[in-house]
Every structure is written in C-alpha cells, then in structure tokens.
Design a protein around this ligand. Structure first.
Ligand code: GUN
Length: 295
C-alpha cells in the first residue's frame, strides 16, 4: 500500500517554482540573498544550516554564513543583526535555533526586521499570521506542512486536526494557519501538550494528526483513527550501538506500526524536513521581491 506523502517530490516542485522566480529577479538585477547565523557548534544545527546553504546555491540564491563562537554575547549577536538589517543586499536573515542558553532567543528574533524575517518568528509576523493577514512571513515548518496538505489534496475544512506540541516554531503557528477562515484551512484544531489529559483519546479523534513533541516514536497505532492523515515532524536521536555513529534518528511517530492504519502518512526522513527548506527558499525569494517594492 502506498499511502506515503512524498515530501521530497513536493519540495522539488516548490524548488522549481522558486528557481524560476530567482531567474526572473536576477534578470531585473536583483540577486536574492539570505544570511544564515549560527552560534556555537550544535551538531544538528550544523547539519540543518549546511543543507540550507546547499539548497540556496542550487537555486541561485546567494547565502552568507556567519558562524559565531558559543561564548558570543547577546550584545555582539544583536550588533550583527543590526548590520544585516541595514545591508540592502541581504533580503532574508535566519538565526538558527537553538541559541546558547545565555542568549535570549526572543530578543534576537524580535530584532530581525520583520521584512527580512524569513523564519516568521518576529512578533509582527506571528501576529499577522494569527490575524489572517497574509502580508507577513509564515514559519517554515508549519508552512511546509500546510503545503504538503494542500498539494496532497487533503481536505482540512471541518477536519479535526490534533497537533501534538505547543512550541513557537511548529505547534502554535500550525494551529494559527489551520484555524483561519480560508478554503485551505477552516479546521477544528486541538493542541495537546505535556499537561493534556486523555491524550490517546484525543489523538484517536483526529482526522489529521500532526506530531511535533520531540518524543521518539510517541504516536502508536492505538492513538490513530483508521484512515487518518499522520504528519511526523519529529527528529529524535536514539542510542543504537549497531549504527555507525552510535545513534539513529527517529520521528515522533512509530512509523512501522502506524503506516498500515493511516490513510496517508509522511515518511521520516523525506516528509516534513524537505518542506521546511522549500518554504525557507520560497520566503527568501518573496523577501527579495518585497524589497523591490520598497525602493
Ligand atoms: N530550529 C529548528 N527549526 C528551525 C527553524 O525553522 N528556523 C530556525 N531559525 N531554527 C530552527
């Protein structure tokens, strides 16, 4: 049974659309450019930023990587953001999370100019999303999941969507997207978290179940209604002495157990991950287009 939602293929389609827009901008003498900022040596962040750099290059988007040491002060990081905000040749700014504990992440995100905030983390963009104002930027992972649902012809109108996880990067913005009064949303959304009671029963009532809690293989077969759509956002390292690096990556969904009963399900890897990058590139090109209107 092939019930897989092919995130790689859908992302590739979005990249084609993005590359066409890049060519159009370059023909107008605009070189779309994004600045990546990484603080410290978090191994996962290194991998993610590396993948983003590679994809930007492939699409003709210029990227500038700033790597700062772990000890960087909040003040010095803010100075870099001010510089990038002022640099007219930089259209998008992405500060990779998580940041070291001594830096206030919210302070950094609210300093990035909303018009360059391709992550959609600035309070202005968060507010616009909640208000249904489509002028802002939408965070890349929930934006990518929304595109997966749309392009897989999954009906969200009137659907009960259960989101596991209430984080600012996935859970909350995902809910904001799907509660909007719009043909590709109009969902009834429940957010579950660590204090939720009867989580299994709530999950079982979901038409669409989105797992973003960061607990390895949390979603088991008895938590899924037969035929439901299951989206796995998780990337969890679990120890595995037989794996070359001593660990392997698993999602928030027990894939082997859940796939046979799901109507549709994202593989992991190859589901949500590629979509996050696709949305980031799309947002960057949009930021470059918007900069044209500002001149
Ligand atoms: N860390 C995990 N996901 C993200 C993301 O979408 N953007 C940034 N900047 N950091 C992240």
């Amino acid at each position: 049974m092939n019930n897989l939602i092919d995130g790689k293929a859908i992302a590739a389609k979005i990249h084609e659309e993005t590359a066409a827009k890049v060519r159009e901008l370059i023909s107008q003498n605009i070189q779309p450019a994004v600045a990546f900022v990484r603080v410290g040596e978090d191994p996962a962040s290194k991998v993610y930023v590396g993948m983003k750099e590679k994809m930007a290059a492939k699409l003709g988007i210029k990227s500038i990587l700033h790597i700062l040491p772990t000890e960087t002060t909040e003040e010095d990081l803010l100075k870099l953001i001010y510089q990038l905000n002022q640099d007219a040749s930089v259209h998008g700014i992405l500060v990779q999370a998580p940041l070291p504990a001594h830096i206030r992440q919210e302070k950094i995100f609210e300093t990035v100019l909303p018009s360059k905030d391709v992550d959609g983390f600035h309070p202005t963009n968060v507010g616009k999303l909640m208000l249904g104002d489509t002028d802002g930027f939408i965070p890349c992972t929930p934006g990518g999941i929304h595109e997966l649902l749309i392009r897989s012809n999954i009906n969200t109108q009137g659907a009960h969507v259960v989101i596991l996880g209430r984080g600012n990067i996935v859970g909350k913005p995902m809910a904001s997207i799907l509660i909007q009064k719009s043909p590709h949303a109009n969902s009834t959304v429940t957010i579950c978290h660590s204090h939720t009671q009867n989580i299994k029963e709530i999950c079982r009532s979901a038409d669409i179940l989105i797992a973003a809690i960061g607990v390895a293989e949390f979603v088991k077969a008895d938590m899924v209604k037969p035929g439901a759509v299951v989206i796995d956002v998780g990337v969890n390292r679990i120890e595995d002495s037989s794996a070359p690096r001593g660990y392997r990556l698993v999602g928030d969904v027990d894939f082997n157990a859940v796939q046979p009963i799901a109507g549709k399900i994202t593989p992991n890897p190859g589901g949500v991950g590629p979509m996050t990058i696709a949305l980031l590139m799309k947002n960057t090109v949009r930021a470059a287009q918007l900069s044209l209107n500002q001149n």
